[in-house]
Design a protein around this ligand. Sequence first.
Ligand SMILES: *Cc1c(COP(=O)(O)O)cnc(C)c1O
Length: 477
Amino acid sequence: MTDALGRLRALQARDLPVHGGRTLAYVYDSGLAEVDRIGREAVAQYAGSNGLDPTAFPSLLAMENDLVGFACGLLDAPADAVGTVTSGGTESVLLAVQTARDSRPDATRPRMVLPDTAHAAFHKAAHYFGVEAVLVPVGPDFRADPLATASAVDADPENTVLVVASAPSYAHGVVDPVTEIAGLAAERGIRCHVDACIGGWVLPYAARLGRDVPPWTFAVEGVTSISVDLHKYGYAPKGTSLLLYRSAAERRPQFFAAAGWPGYTMLNSTMQSTKSGGPLAGAWAVVESLGDEGYLALTRDVLEASDRIVAGIQRVPALRLVVPPDSTLVALATDGTCDAFTVCDEMAARGWYVQPQMSFAGRPPTVHLSVSAATLAVVDELLVALTESVSAAVAAGPVAVDPAVAAYIESLDPATLSDGDFEGLLAASGLVGGAADGDLALPARMAEVNAMLDLASPPMREALLVAFLDRLTRPAR
Ligand SMILES: *Cc1c(COP(=O)(O)O)cnc(C)c1O
């Protein structure tokens, strides 16, 4: 036998660190080694079990009901509330949209109304389920605009199956006016989903700690479903989220059964059928270990870290806060002396991962930070790295794209481009090195690539990145 585990460790050395609080997107670190160990061991213990049939693996059903019960307490759920453990935020959002669509067979051209800051998972749901996504620009405070939302609904109320609000939005970290949005949906008899995938496990504890948290839970009249990820601020291993409904009747269209074949009757609550019990057991073990007290302490830490980042960046010239955060997500913008993409590269060079966000709806690119509890221990180092990174970015000057290249990119229409055109564009962009052996030479610095992508229209960005992903995913043989 080859030393597969040793080779895995070697392979993993090239990945972003998942511990240490220096990776400020994708991973969420409690900083508690013992809790991580328990979560990992539970995943391993259940790696081979199958959530396909709750009667065959009753322990999985018990864990799911425990987790939903715990979340009911956090989310002010009424006595009749029910929920499902899913594989992640995207699956929770997909199911919320599919369920809303299927609850309204009368809607011949189903549509949903979203703030334009709603997570991309809703665009995916629109694409998968044939539900039109009607995007409503947010106000100057980056929050959903209730009046504009009402008019968007009223343009075709008979076909509107869902209205969405975020608590908070991923890109800007602010909570939408859920009371107004859910209220206008309820007045019209339309479902309202609150996407609390990233904030749902933080905001209730923030409120208990005395923070000013705008109302967003089932306590708000008209909220019919809520998504909350356990693999974000529940600090659970990857692969779990929760989707809760105000009542069992509202969840019913989510479930799927198929008896029209000669095998077992397929009966599924989620999109997967056979599914590992590992993530569910991992999340259950982490939630049981931390409990309310554990989450309260982690929330105190992560909010302190966020506050100190917000205060610290006021002292960094050339950097500004996009909007004061309602939770633990910080969005930063630069002035004209440097650019967000170079700041991200400079941070990476110093051992920090912060996430570039492209320009959108006339607003400039930003730097995103999902702060973790573990970041508190290194927050002073983070601020030093940010100060140095911004100085280096100012010294380098804003990343420039050749005006001729810029004009070309802005003129491109993905609908008219061939696969060959995309190959050429990828090579020209520096995204693909074009090595003959198929090895991809990803540039160490991404600022130039990001600046070029940023000039492209969103549909062009999508098409280019899809071509890129296609090129990345080729068999090793
Ligand atoms: C992360 C996130 C999602 C999608 O969750 P995944 O777990 O990445 O699939 C949806 N909505 C919001 C607000 C999120 O932050």
